[in-house]
Write a protein that binds this ligand. Structure first.
Ligand code: BGP
Length: 469
Protein backbone atom coordinates (compact mmCIF):
# COMPACT_ATOMS: atom_id res chain seq x y z
CA UNK A 1 0.00 0.00 0.00
CA UNK A 2 1.34 3.42 -0.94
CA UNK A 3 0.42 6.17 1.49
CA UNK A 4 0.15 9.81 0.41
CA UNK A 5 0.96 10.94 3.92
CA UNK A 6 3.29 9.09 6.23
CA UNK A 7 2.40 9.34 9.91
CA UNK A 8 5.17 10.55 12.24
CA UNK A 9 6.47 8.40 15.08
CA UNK A 10 4.34 8.93 18.21
CA UNK A 11 5.62 11.72 20.51
CA UNK A 12 6.47 9.33 23.34
CA UNK A 13 8.08 6.69 21.09
CA UNK A 14 10.54 4.50 23.01
CA UNK A 15 13.85 4.80 21.16
CA UNK A 16 16.66 2.75 22.64
CA UNK A 17 18.66 -0.44 22.12
CA UNK A 18 19.21 -3.83 23.74
CA UNK A 19 21.77 -6.10 25.36
CA UNK A 20 21.66 -9.26 27.45
CA UNK A 21 23.50 -9.97 30.69
CA UNK A 22 25.61 -12.96 29.67
CA UNK A 23 26.68 -11.32 26.40
CA UNK A 24 27.66 -7.91 27.79
CA UNK A 25 28.36 -7.96 31.53
CA UNK A 26 31.35 -10.23 32.03
CA UNK A 27 32.29 -10.57 35.73
CA UNK A 28 30.92 -14.07 35.34
CA UNK A 29 31.91 -15.25 38.83
CA UNK A 30 32.23 -11.98 40.73
CA UNK A 31 30.41 -10.69 43.79
CA UNK A 32 28.64 -13.94 44.50
CA UNK A 33 27.27 -14.64 41.02
CA UNK A 34 26.58 -18.33 40.44
CA UNK A 35 27.26 -20.12 37.14
CA UNK A 36 24.60 -20.18 34.45
CA UNK A 37 24.31 -22.66 31.59
CA UNK A 38 26.04 -20.05 29.43
CA UNK A 39 29.09 -20.04 31.69
CA UNK A 40 29.57 -23.78 31.31
CA UNK A 41 31.59 -23.55 28.12
CA UNK A 42 29.02 -24.57 25.51
CA UNK A 43 30.19 -21.88 23.07
CA UNK A 44 32.27 -22.91 20.03
CA UNK A 45 35.93 -23.17 21.06
CA UNK A 46 37.21 -20.81 18.35
CA UNK A 47 35.11 -17.94 19.72
CA UNK A 48 35.27 -15.72 22.79
CA UNK A 49 33.72 -17.15 25.95
CA UNK A 50 31.29 -15.29 28.22
CA UNK A 51 33.66 -14.57 31.09
CA UNK A 52 34.63 -10.96 30.35
CA UNK A 53 32.61 -10.08 27.22
CA UNK A 54 32.33 -6.23 27.14
CA UNK A 55 32.93 -5.96 30.88
CA UNK A 56 29.81 -3.83 31.22
CA UNK A 57 29.63 -4.91 34.87
CA UNK A 58 32.62 -2.66 35.56
CA UNK A 59 31.89 -0.08 32.85
CA UNK A 60 28.16 0.42 33.32
CA UNK A 61 28.39 4.11 34.26
CA UNK A 62 30.50 4.92 31.23
CA UNK A 63 28.17 2.87 29.03
CA UNK A 64 25.02 4.51 30.32
CA UNK A 65 26.58 7.94 29.77
CA UNK A 66 27.07 6.94 26.12
CA UNK A 67 23.46 5.76 25.80
CA UNK A 68 22.34 9.05 27.32
CA UNK A 69 24.50 10.93 24.85
CA UNK A 70 22.62 9.18 22.04
CA UNK A 71 19.40 10.38 23.68
CA UNK A 72 18.01 6.94 24.58
CA UNK A 73 14.49 7.00 26.06
CA UNK A 74 14.76 3.34 27.07
CA UNK A 75 17.43 0.69 27.51
CA UNK A 76 16.55 -2.97 27.28
CA UNK A 77 18.86 -5.25 29.26
CA UNK A 78 18.49 -8.55 31.05
CA UNK A 79 19.06 -9.47 34.66
CA UNK A 80 21.34 -12.44 35.25
CA UNK A 81 19.19 -14.78 37.34
CA UNK A 82 22.43 -16.15 38.85
CA UNK A 83 23.44 -12.75 40.24
CA UNK A 84 20.19 -12.63 42.19
CA UNK A 85 20.02 -16.33 43.06
CA UNK A 86 23.44 -17.98 42.58
CA UNK A 87 21.72 -21.37 42.80
CA UNK A 88 18.57 -20.36 40.96
CA UNK A 89 16.57 -20.39 44.17
CA UNK A 90 17.25 -20.25 47.91
CA UNK A 91 19.43 -17.49 49.31
CA UNK A 92 19.35 -14.05 47.63
CA UNK A 93 22.73 -12.53 46.75
CA UNK A 94 22.59 -8.94 47.99
CA UNK A 95 25.51 -7.90 45.77
CA UNK A 96 23.48 -8.89 42.74
CA UNK A 97 20.45 -6.96 43.97
CA UNK A 98 22.69 -3.96 44.49
CA UNK A 99 24.29 -4.12 41.04
CA UNK A 100 20.94 -3.86 39.28
CA UNK A 101 19.74 -1.24 41.78
CA UNK A 102 22.73 0.87 40.78
CA UNK A 103 22.18 0.19 37.09
CA UNK A 104 18.50 1.13 37.25
CA UNK A 105 19.22 4.26 39.29
CA UNK A 106 21.95 5.31 36.91
CA UNK A 107 19.60 4.93 33.96
CA UNK A 108 16.82 6.88 35.65
CA UNK A 109 19.28 9.62 36.59
CA UNK A 110 19.87 9.97 32.83
CA UNK A 111 16.12 9.91 32.07
CA UNK A 112 16.36 6.47 30.49
CA UNK A 113 13.55 4.02 31.31
CA UNK A 114 14.76 0.47 31.97
CA UNK A 115 13.12 -2.36 30.04
CA UNK A 116 14.09 -5.54 31.84
CA UNK A 117 14.26 -9.03 30.37
CA UNK A 118 13.96 -11.43 33.26
CA UNK A 119 15.56 -14.39 31.52
CA UNK A 120 17.73 -14.28 28.40
CA UNK A 121 19.05 -17.84 27.80
CA UNK A 122 21.14 -17.94 31.02
CA UNK A 123 19.37 -20.49 33.20
CA UNK A 124 21.17 -21.09 36.51
CA UNK A 125 23.40 -24.16 36.18
CA UNK A 126 22.20 -25.35 39.60
CA UNK A 127 18.68 -25.65 38.17
CA UNK A 128 19.97 -27.24 34.98
CA UNK A 129 21.61 -29.95 37.09
CA UNK A 130 18.20 -30.70 38.59
CA UNK A 131 16.63 -31.13 35.15
CA UNK A 132 16.32 -27.51 34.05
CA UNK A 133 13.02 -26.75 32.34
CA UNK A 134 12.13 -30.45 32.28
CA UNK A 135 11.63 -30.18 36.03
CA UNK A 136 8.39 -28.47 37.08
CA UNK A 137 10.22 -27.05 40.10
CA UNK A 138 11.93 -24.63 37.70
CA UNK A 139 8.51 -23.02 37.16
CA UNK A 140 8.34 -22.22 40.89
CA UNK A 141 11.95 -21.06 40.89
CA UNK A 142 11.18 -18.62 38.07
CA UNK A 143 8.09 -17.34 39.85
CA UNK A 144 10.11 -16.85 43.01
CA UNK A 145 12.84 -15.06 41.05
CA UNK A 146 10.19 -12.85 39.43
CA UNK A 147 8.73 -12.00 42.83
CA UNK A 148 12.18 -10.99 44.06
CA UNK A 149 12.67 -8.71 41.05
CA UNK A 150 9.26 -7.08 41.54
CA UNK A 151 9.92 -6.56 45.27
CA UNK A 152 13.30 -4.96 44.66
CA UNK A 153 12.82 -3.06 41.41
CA UNK A 154 9.06 -2.81 40.92
CA UNK A 155 8.97 0.70 42.40
CA UNK A 156 11.04 2.03 39.47
CA UNK A 157 10.67 -0.33 36.51
CA UNK A 158 7.67 0.11 34.20
CA UNK A 159 8.48 -2.41 31.46
CA UNK A 160 9.16 -6.09 32.00
CA UNK A 161 9.85 -8.87 29.51
CA UNK A 162 9.45 -12.45 30.67
CA UNK A 163 11.58 -14.79 28.52
CA UNK A 164 13.77 -13.86 25.57
CA UNK A 165 13.20 -15.93 22.44
CA UNK A 166 11.63 -18.96 24.05
CA UNK A 167 10.85 -20.16 20.52
CA UNK A 168 14.51 -20.04 19.49
CA UNK A 169 15.50 -21.96 22.64
CA UNK A 170 13.09 -24.73 21.66
CA UNK A 171 13.81 -24.71 17.93
CA UNK A 172 17.52 -23.86 17.84
CA UNK A 173 18.78 -24.50 21.37
CA UNK A 174 22.04 -26.02 20.19
CA UNK A 175 22.84 -22.88 18.15
CA UNK A 176 22.38 -20.88 21.33
CA UNK A 177 24.52 -23.26 23.35
CA UNK A 178 21.77 -24.20 25.75
CA UNK A 179 20.50 -27.69 24.96
CA UNK A 180 22.61 -30.76 24.46
CA UNK A 181 21.29 -33.02 21.73
CA UNK A 182 19.88 -36.09 23.32
CA UNK A 183 18.84 -38.70 20.79
CA UNK A 184 15.33 -39.38 19.64
CA UNK A 185 13.44 -38.23 22.68
CA UNK A 186 14.81 -34.71 22.36
CA UNK A 187 11.72 -33.22 20.69
CA UNK A 188 9.41 -34.71 23.28
CA UNK A 189 11.58 -33.30 26.02
CA UNK A 190 11.76 -29.87 24.39
CA UNK A 191 8.00 -29.45 24.03
CA UNK A 192 7.54 -30.47 27.64
CA UNK A 193 10.10 -27.83 28.61
CA UNK A 194 8.26 -25.40 26.38
CA UNK A 195 5.02 -26.09 28.25
CA UNK A 196 6.77 -25.43 31.56
CA UNK A 197 8.26 -22.17 30.29
CA UNK A 198 4.83 -21.06 29.09
CA UNK A 199 3.46 -21.79 32.55
CA UNK A 200 6.34 -19.95 34.22
CA UNK A 201 5.69 -16.96 31.99
CA UNK A 202 1.96 -16.96 32.75
CA UNK A 203 2.61 -17.09 36.49
CA UNK A 204 5.05 -14.22 36.36
CA UNK A 205 2.77 -12.04 34.21
CA UNK A 206 -0.01 -12.56 36.72
CA UNK A 207 2.30 -11.80 39.61
CA UNK A 208 3.56 -8.64 37.98
CA UNK A 209 0.02 -7.32 37.56
CA UNK A 210 -0.71 -8.08 41.20
CA UNK A 211 2.48 -6.66 42.67
CA UNK A 212 3.19 -3.79 40.25
CA UNK A 213 -0.16 -2.54 38.98
CA UNK A 214 1.46 0.36 37.13
CA UNK A 215 3.99 -1.77 35.30
CA UNK A 216 3.55 -3.52 31.96
CA UNK A 217 4.77 -6.98 31.07
CA UNK A 218 4.99 -9.03 27.90
CA UNK A 219 6.70 -11.97 26.21
CA UNK A 220 9.71 -11.47 23.91
CA UNK A 221 9.86 -14.16 21.23
CA UNK A 222 11.62 -13.92 17.87
CA UNK A 223 8.88 -13.40 15.29
CA UNK A 224 9.09 -13.24 11.52
CA UNK A 225 6.74 -13.52 8.61
CA UNK A 226 7.21 -16.68 6.55
CA UNK A 227 7.07 -16.61 2.75
CA UNK A 228 6.11 -19.54 0.54
CA UNK A 229 8.81 -20.30 -2.04
CA UNK A 230 6.16 -20.05 -4.77
CA UNK A 231 2.42 -19.58 -5.19
CA UNK A 232 2.03 -23.37 -5.32
CA UNK A 233 -0.65 -24.12 -2.70
CA UNK A 234 1.54 -26.79 -1.08
CA UNK A 235 4.30 -24.22 -0.56
CA UNK A 236 1.80 -21.78 0.93
CA UNK A 237 0.61 -24.48 3.28
CA UNK A 238 4.21 -25.24 4.27
CA UNK A 239 4.69 -21.54 5.12
CA UNK A 240 1.55 -21.69 7.21
CA UNK A 241 2.89 -24.80 8.99
CA UNK A 242 6.17 -23.12 9.84
CA UNK A 243 4.53 -19.91 10.97
CA UNK A 244 2.26 -21.83 13.35
CA UNK A 245 5.15 -23.83 14.80
CA UNK A 246 7.69 -21.00 14.92
CA UNK A 247 5.53 -17.99 15.79
CA UNK A 248 1.95 -18.61 16.81
CA UNK A 249 2.51 -21.56 19.15
CA UNK A 250 4.23 -19.11 21.50
CA UNK A 251 2.11 -16.02 21.10
CA UNK A 252 -1.29 -17.73 20.89
CA UNK A 253 -0.54 -19.20 24.29
CA UNK A 254 0.84 -15.97 25.79
CA UNK A 255 -2.02 -13.80 24.51
CA UNK A 256 -4.99 -16.09 23.91
CA UNK A 257 -4.18 -18.76 26.49
CA UNK A 258 -4.51 -21.72 24.12
CA UNK A 259 -2.32 -24.04 22.07
CA UNK A 260 -2.28 -23.16 18.39
CA UNK A 261 -4.14 -25.96 16.57
CA UNK A 262 -1.66 -26.54 13.73
CA UNK A 263 1.25 -26.50 16.17
CA UNK A 264 -0.61 -28.98 18.37
CA UNK A 265 -1.25 -31.30 15.44
CA UNK A 266 2.46 -31.04 14.55
CA UNK A 267 3.33 -32.11 18.10
CA UNK A 268 0.85 -35.00 17.85
CA UNK A 269 2.36 -36.09 14.55
CA UNK A 270 5.87 -36.03 16.06
CA UNK A 271 4.75 -37.73 19.26
CA UNK A 272 5.84 -34.82 21.38
CA UNK A 273 2.70 -33.32 22.90
CA UNK A 274 3.43 -32.20 26.44
CA UNK A 275 1.86 -33.67 29.53
CA UNK A 276 -0.59 -31.10 30.81
CA UNK A 277 -1.39 -31.32 34.50
CA UNK A 278 -4.70 -30.31 35.99
CA UNK A 279 -4.85 -26.56 36.54
CA UNK A 280 -2.24 -25.84 33.85
CA UNK A 281 -4.68 -24.59 31.22
CA UNK A 282 -6.40 -22.35 33.77
CA UNK A 283 -3.04 -20.84 34.71
CA UNK A 284 -2.18 -20.34 31.05
CA UNK A 285 -5.45 -18.70 30.10
CA UNK A 286 -5.57 -16.65 33.28
CA UNK A 287 -2.62 -14.43 32.39
CA UNK A 288 -2.49 -11.70 29.75
CA UNK A 289 0.39 -9.59 28.51
CA UNK A 290 0.06 -5.80 28.19
CA UNK A 291 2.10 -5.68 25.00
CA UNK A 292 4.07 -7.97 22.73
CA UNK A 293 7.80 -7.46 22.56
CA UNK A 294 9.51 -9.25 19.71
CA UNK A 295 12.88 -9.62 18.02
CA UNK A 296 13.06 -9.41 14.25
CA UNK A 297 16.13 -10.06 12.13
CA UNK A 298 14.73 -11.45 8.88
CA UNK A 299 11.93 -13.38 7.28
CA UNK A 300 12.15 -17.04 6.28
CA UNK A 301 11.14 -18.68 3.03
CA UNK A 302 9.98 -22.28 2.86
CA UNK A 303 8.70 -24.86 0.42
CA UNK A 304 6.65 -28.01 0.61
CA UNK A 305 8.32 -30.88 2.44
CA UNK A 306 9.49 -33.76 0.26
CA UNK A 307 8.63 -36.04 3.15
CA UNK A 308 11.72 -38.16 2.59
CA UNK A 309 15.28 -38.42 3.85
CA UNK A 310 16.25 -35.20 2.03
CA UNK A 311 14.24 -33.07 4.48
CA UNK A 312 16.60 -31.64 7.06
CA UNK A 313 16.06 -30.40 10.58
CA UNK A 314 17.14 -26.88 11.55
CA UNK A 315 19.79 -26.64 14.16
CA UNK A 316 22.98 -24.72 13.40
CA UNK A 317 21.82 -21.08 13.34
CA UNK A 318 18.73 -19.43 14.73
CA UNK A 319 17.97 -17.49 11.53
CA UNK A 320 18.91 -19.98 8.84
CA UNK A 321 16.04 -22.27 8.04
CA UNK A 322 16.71 -25.83 6.92
CA UNK A 323 13.41 -27.53 7.51
CA UNK A 324 11.41 -30.02 9.51
CA UNK A 325 10.93 -33.49 8.03
CA UNK A 326 7.38 -33.88 6.73
CA UNK A 327 6.40 -30.31 7.58
CA UNK A 328 8.37 -27.84 5.40
CA UNK A 329 11.81 -27.32 3.94
CA UNK A 330 13.92 -24.18 3.79
CA UNK A 331 14.13 -22.38 0.44
CA UNK A 332 16.26 -19.60 -0.96
CA UNK A 333 14.65 -16.21 -1.43
CA UNK A 334 16.43 -14.72 -4.41
CA UNK A 335 14.75 -11.34 -3.84
CA UNK A 336 16.79 -10.73 -0.71
CA UNK A 337 20.44 -9.94 -0.13
CA UNK A 338 22.34 -11.38 2.85
CA UNK A 339 24.49 -10.13 5.71
CA UNK A 340 28.14 -11.20 5.96
CA UNK A 341 26.88 -13.95 8.26
CA UNK A 342 24.33 -15.32 5.81
CA UNK A 343 21.15 -13.85 7.29
CA UNK A 344 18.60 -12.49 4.81
CA UNK A 345 18.03 -8.73 4.85
CA UNK A 346 14.34 -7.89 4.58
CA UNK A 347 13.08 -4.51 5.78
CA UNK A 348 9.74 -4.89 3.96
CA UNK A 349 9.27 -8.20 5.75
CA UNK A 350 9.59 -6.22 8.98
CA UNK A 351 6.53 -4.13 8.03
CA UNK A 352 4.67 -7.31 7.13
CA UNK A 353 5.60 -8.94 10.45
CA UNK A 354 4.42 -5.86 12.35
CA UNK A 355 1.11 -5.93 10.47
CA UNK A 356 0.58 -9.64 11.06
CA UNK A 357 1.17 -9.27 14.79
CA UNK A 358 -1.09 -6.26 15.00
CA UNK A 359 -3.93 -7.97 13.17
CA UNK A 360 -3.64 -11.21 15.05
CA UNK A 361 -3.37 -9.88 18.61
CA UNK A 362 -4.36 -6.20 18.56
CA UNK A 363 -1.82 -5.31 21.27
CA UNK A 364 0.87 -2.61 21.43
CA UNK A 365 4.12 -3.86 19.91
CA UNK A 366 7.66 -3.21 21.07
CA UNK A 367 10.64 -4.18 18.91
CA UNK A 368 13.30 -5.50 21.28
CA UNK A 369 15.89 -6.63 18.72
CA UNK A 370 16.72 -5.92 15.09
CA UNK A 371 20.17 -5.24 13.72
CA UNK A 372 23.13 -6.13 11.59
CA UNK A 373 26.01 -8.35 12.69
CA UNK A 374 29.17 -7.37 10.79
CA UNK A 375 32.97 -7.50 10.87
CA UNK A 376 33.45 -3.85 11.88
CA UNK A 377 36.93 -2.37 11.43
CA UNK A 378 38.54 0.10 13.75
CA UNK A 379 40.28 2.52 11.39
CA UNK A 380 42.99 5.04 11.92
CA UNK A 381 41.97 7.89 14.21
CA UNK A 382 39.66 5.55 16.16
CA UNK A 383 36.77 5.62 13.72
CA UNK A 384 34.39 2.89 12.63
CA UNK A 385 32.65 3.66 9.35
CA UNK A 386 29.68 1.33 9.66
CA UNK A 387 27.62 2.81 6.85
CA UNK A 388 26.21 -0.67 6.11
CA UNK A 389 24.66 -0.71 9.60
CA UNK A 390 23.17 2.74 9.14
CA UNK A 391 21.71 1.61 5.83
CA UNK A 392 20.24 -1.53 7.41
CA UNK A 393 18.70 0.30 10.36
CA UNK A 394 17.44 3.20 8.25
CA UNK A 395 15.57 0.83 5.94
CA UNK A 396 13.99 -0.98 8.88
CA UNK A 397 12.97 2.22 10.63
CA UNK A 398 11.40 3.47 7.39
CA UNK A 399 9.33 0.29 7.25
CA UNK A 400 8.41 0.66 10.92
CA UNK A 401 7.06 4.11 10.13
CA UNK A 402 5.06 2.72 7.22
CA UNK A 403 3.66 0.07 9.55
CA UNK A 404 2.62 2.83 11.96
CA UNK A 405 0.94 4.54 9.01
CA UNK A 406 -0.79 1.20 8.27
CA UNK A 407 -2.27 1.42 11.77
CA UNK A 408 0.14 -0.75 13.76
CA UNK A 409 0.44 0.27 17.43
CA UNK A 410 4.23 0.29 17.62
CA UNK A 411 5.45 1.82 20.88
CA UNK A 412 9.22 1.49 20.62
CA UNK A 413 12.29 0.33 18.77
CA UNK A 414 15.31 -1.20 20.51
CA UNK A 415 17.79 -2.59 17.99
CA UNK A 416 20.49 -5.09 18.85
CA UNK A 417 22.80 -4.00 20.29
CA UNK A 418 23.48 -0.88 22.34
CA UNK A 419 27.21 -1.60 22.48
CA UNK A 420 29.33 -4.40 21.00
CA UNK A 421 29.01 -7.70 22.83
CA UNK A 422 29.61 -11.40 22.30
CA UNK A 423 27.33 -13.06 19.76
CA UNK A 424 25.42 -16.20 20.70
CA UNK A 425 27.71 -18.54 18.75
CA UNK A 426 29.93 -16.38 16.53
CA UNK A 427 32.08 -14.63 19.07
CA UNK A 428 33.20 -11.01 19.30
CA UNK A 429 34.01 -10.67 15.62
CA UNK A 430 30.27 -10.41 14.88
CA UNK A 431 29.50 -6.91 16.07
CA UNK A 432 26.15 -5.16 16.30
CA UNK A 433 26.68 -2.12 18.54
CA UNK A 434 26.55 1.65 18.13
CA UNK A 435 29.62 1.69 20.36
CA UNK A 436 32.77 -0.24 19.43
CA UNK A 437 34.30 -2.17 22.32
CA UNK A 438 38.04 -2.37 21.82
CA UNK A 439 38.86 -6.04 22.17
CA UNK A 440 39.37 -8.98 19.84
CA UNK A 441 38.17 -12.52 20.00
CA UNK A 442 40.77 -13.51 22.61
CA UNK A 443 42.85 -10.37 23.18
CA UNK A 444 41.00 -8.17 25.66
CA UNK A 445 43.09 -5.06 24.79
CA UNK A 446 41.86 -2.03 26.78
CA UNK A 447 38.10 -2.67 26.39
CA UNK A 448 37.82 1.03 25.49
CA UNK A 449 34.53 2.45 24.19
CA UNK A 450 34.59 4.12 20.77
CA UNK A 451 31.61 5.81 19.11
CA UNK A 452 30.90 4.36 15.66
CA UNK A 453 29.50 6.40 12.79
CA UNK A 454 26.10 4.80 13.49
CA UNK A 455 26.27 6.29 17.01
CA UNK A 456 26.04 9.82 15.63
CA UNK A 457 23.46 8.82 13.06
CA UNK A 458 21.17 7.16 15.65
CA UNK A 459 21.56 10.15 18.00
CA UNK A 460 20.14 12.35 15.26
CA UNK A 461 17.36 9.86 14.51
CA UNK A 462 16.30 10.00 18.15
CA UNK A 463 16.60 13.78 18.52
CA UNK A 464 14.38 14.28 15.44
CA UNK A 465 12.01 11.50 16.63
CA UNK A 466 12.62 9.61 13.40
CA UNK A 467 12.15 12.75 11.31
CA UNK A 468 15.66 12.48 9.85
CA UNK A 469 16.77 9.02 8.97
C1 BGP B 1 18.96 -13.26 19.19
C2 BGP B 1 19.31 -13.22 20.66
C3 BGP B 1 20.42 -12.30 21.06
C4 BGP B 1 21.43 -11.99 19.99
C5 BGP B 1 20.87 -11.91 18.60
C6 BGP B 1 21.89 -11.91 17.50
O1 BGP B 1 18.61 -14.55 18.82
O2 BGP B 1 18.19 -12.86 21.43
O3 BGP B 1 20.94 -12.75 22.27
O4 BGP B 1 22.67 -12.46 20.17
O5 BGP B 1 19.97 -12.93 18.30
O6 BGP B 1 22.31 -13.22 17.28
P1 BGP B 1 23.80 -13.66 17.15
O7 BGP B 1 24.47 -13.21 18.38
O8 BGP B 1 23.76 -15.14 16.99
O9 BGP B 1 24.30 -12.97 15.93
Amino acid sequence: MYHKTIKPFPKDFLWGASTSAYQVEGAWNEDGKGPSVMDMGNHPKNTADFKVTSDHYHHYKEDIALLAEMGFKVYRFSIAWTRIFPNGTGEVNQNGIEFYNNLINELLAHNIEPIITMYHFDLPQALQLKGGWSNRETIDAFENYGRTLFINYGDRVKYWLTINEQNMMILHGSALGIVASDGESIQKKLYQQNHHMLLAQAKVMKLCHKMCPNAKIGPAPNISSIYPASSKPEDVLAANNWSSIRNWLYLDMAVLGRYNTVAWSFMEEKGCTPTIESGDMESLSGAKPDFIAFNYYCTATVAESENDATDKSSTGDQQIVLGEPGIYRGAINSNLSKTEFGWDIDPVGFRLTLRELNERYNLPLLVTENGLGAFDKLEEGNVVNDDYRIDFLRKHIEQAQLAITDGVKLIGYCPWSAIDLVSTHQGFQKRYGFVYVNRDEFDLKDLGRIRKKSFYWYKNVISTNGGEL
